[in-house]
Design a protein around this ligand. Structure first.
Ligand SMILES: Nc1ncnc2c1ncn2[C@@H]1O[C@H](COP(=O)(O)OP(=O)(O)OP(=O)(O)O)[C@@H](O)[C@H]1O
Ligand SMILES: [Mg+2]
Length: 326
């Protein structure tokens, strides 16, 4: 069994005087090294859920475990040292320069000055803010998107195993946002961080998440891979949210031939074979039921001519097209 980095066990948060809980009986297991996105409408409890992990809020009932320890029993400072946190409103310290902001955690951790200095450069480069230009500036001298990138750099400074990110790219334009998303994926693959990432952008959730948590009214509607969320939405809410019908419709008019690529490596005897004419919706269903994440495409003489993998089905693209069409 995979190790779980964060476990929510029937977690409920009810704020004083609130007539209903903001988070209701949430149980969730986040695997170590996985990238999990939390998707849901404004007010559905995403931030509240995140803030209970590093004990900014305490649950009304239920328990949360981080790396096997009940967080209620771990001193807050110790807990927060292993959790990087990017808050929704960026929250840079206004009276500190960018370099001082980023150095906050490394200083607490007692790194020496040279180490901290190198780390600041490394992180600023990572988020595409040339250190020479940005180190000495104050947050108010940066654009909203630049501030968010500093927020990301600061959260990663102490090299935490876990990152909580609350709509970190909300204030960033679409182009920069796409490149930051790509970088975050690279960073995560390389450093194997466990990331809990809140967004209300469906495409972002699908693109970044190994798995997605879909929330509504403080409750989890589905916790699954992007692929399953689209192809097997758990209920009408999820289906509407991700426009799964539109995606499937789009896939049903795409032919195997148009998305296949050359066969690399060997063809497994038990890999499913389809004709060049087969539609991608059917292929998707085949893949879902099989142990392979691809099918072999053959010509009229039953000669293998290509392969269609999950990635080729380009669910993200099909989805974004159906989103822009709707
Ligand atoms: N400190 C608080 N005191 C009382 N109610 C709160 C508090 N924080 C959040 N809430 C309420 O809890 C519910 C969930 O809020 P939360 O901030 O978790 O939503 P969210 O999903 O992050 O929304 P958004 O996408 O707008 O950031 C809301 O109804 C909100 O008004
Ligand atoms: Mg929020």
């Amino acid at each position: 069994m995979a190790n779980h980095s964060i476990v929510f066990d029937k977690v409920t948060k009810r704020f004083p005087k609130a007539d209903k809980p903001s988070v209701n009986e949430v149980s969730l297991q986040i695997e170590e090294g996985s990238f999990v996105t939390i998707l849901g409408a404004s007010g559905c409890g995403k931030t509240t859920l995140l803030k209970m992990v590093n004990r900014i809020y305490e649950p009304t009932s239920g328990r949360i475990f981080v790396e096997g320890e009940d967080v209620a029993t771990v001193p807050v400072t110790q807990l927060r040292r292993k959790i990087g946190y990017v808050i929704q409103q960026v929250g840079l310290f206004p009276h500190m320069t960018i370099e001082e902001n980023i150095a906050t955690v490394p200083r607490i951790l007692g790194w020496d000055n040279k180490q901290i200095d190198e780390r600041i450069d490394e992180l600023l480069e990572l988020v595409h803010l040339p250190p020479k230009d940005f180190r000495k500036r104050y947050p108010r001298q940066l654009s909203g998107g630049q501030q968010q990138r500093v927020g990301l750099a600061r959260a990663m400074a102490g090299n935490p195993a876990i990152m909580l990110m609350d709509e970190p790219f909300g204030a960033i334009d679409a182009i920069t946002r796409a490149s930051l998303q790509d970088e975050l994926i690279q960073i995560q693959r390389r450093l194997h961080k466990t990331i809990l990432f809140v967004t209300h952008d469906i495409e972002e959730a699908l693109k970044l998440g190994d798995k997605i948590v879909i929330m509504n009214n403080g409750e989890i509607q589905q916790y699954d891979t992007p692929f399953h969320i689209i192809t097997q939405p758990a209920n009408a809410f999820v289906s509407r949210l991700v426009h799964s019908e539109d995606v499937l419709k789009r896939l049903s008019v795409m032919k195997a031939e148009s998305v296949m690529t050359e066969i690399e490596g060997t063809v497994h005897p038990n890999e499913i074979r389809v004709s060049k004419e087969e539609n991608c919706k059917t292929i998707l269903m085949h893949i879902l039921k099989s142990e392979h994440d691809s099918v072999i495409v053959e010509d009229g003489n039953q000669t293998p001519v290509g392969r269609v993998t999950l990635a080729h089905l380009k669910i993200h693209e099909a989805l974004s097209q159906s989103l822009s069409a709707s």
